[in-house]
Design a protein around this ligand. Structure first.
Ligand SMILES: Nc1nc2c(ncn2[C@@H]2O[C@H](COP(=O)(O)OP(=O)(O)O)[C@@H](O)[C@H]2O)c(=O)[nH]1
Ligand SMILES: [Mg+2]
Length: 234
């Protein structure tokens, strides 16, 4: 399969221990794929590592949001990454090695079958703390109900951070619905699904196993739960 029509968008905040390894894996498995690291002013080596690799490979780029004075946020970063992608397709994934890179092949294949969105869903979540699991399950149930009430598109993992889209499609939906995205939030896919009337486009789903984080820390916090509730109302 050809990958020169695909950009991998990697939002990063303090992923210095992971980013080099991940980009190495991506370039090895998918030569010619474009990689766009979207960083929010990491305090560790993330930007130095990404910049160094970007000097060696013309298909790897770093967008340093802090340098542009942009407001921090995971959804803001994902949106910027997708808007800046110059390829027909883009795939968003975490930069902490929790999303298995081998699934990119399946996501890209499904995008090639004219799906506007391809969501990688967590078939297994090993090693999660019970409390985090309960909070996550409850929020998913509420958010799913919000999508039903508001007539948005549904899928198995509406909170997935691992998804692909046709970039022109994303840009069109986003530019029409900017105010419905919560920039500081963590659930860019949920914001997007909310803006797509149920049944209006073809979407596909691909299973994957969520890995335990080996290095660096999760940035998830109660602030993002508040952001999610604000997204329910937009
Ligand atoms: N650019 C950017 N990336 C972020 C931000 N917060 C988290 N990330 C990145 O988004 C991905 C998922 O974040 P993580 O903290 O692992 O969330 P979790 O998997 O839900 O615990 C990782 O690649 C993080 O480095 C942010 O505010 N800005
Ligand atoms: Mg993570």
């Amino acid at each position: 399969m050809k990958y020169d029509d695909t950009t991998i968008v990697l939002p990063t905040y303090n992923e210095g221990k992971n980013i080099g390894k991940l980009i190495g894996m991506l370039l090895k498995s998918y030569p010619n794929i474009s990689v766009l690291v979207v960083d929010d002013g990491s305090k560790d080596m993330t930007r130095e590592v990404a910049r160094k690799i970007s000097r060696l490979y013309k298909n790897v780029k770093l967008f340093d949001r802090s340098e542009e004075g942009l407001e921090r946020g995971l959804t803001n970063s994902i949106v910027d990454g997708l808007l800046l992608s110059r390829t027909k397709y883009a795939i968003v994934m975490d930069a902490d090695l929790q999303h298995p890179a081998e699934k990119i092949a399946d996501i890209k294949a499904a995008l090639g079958r004219r799906n506007k969105i391809v969501v990688a869903y967590r078939a297994e979540v090993p090693g999660w703390a019970l409390f985090r699991w309960i909070v996550s399950k409850s929020l998913i149930k509420i958010a799913y109900a919000v999508l039903v009430i508001r007539g948005g598109t549904r899928c198995r993992d509406i909170f997935s951070g691992y998804f692909g889209t046709e970039t022109a499609f994303f840009k069109k939906v986003y530019l029409k619905n900017k105010q419905r995205f919560v920039g500081e939030g963590y659930k860019a896919l949920f914001d997007l699904l909310k803006c797509i009337p149920d049944g209006s486009v073809k979407i596909a789903q691909v299973p994957y196993t969520f890995h335990v984080r080996m290095a660096g820390e999760s940035k998830a916090s109660s602030k993002q739960v508040l952001a999610l509730f604000s997204s329910f109302l937009r």
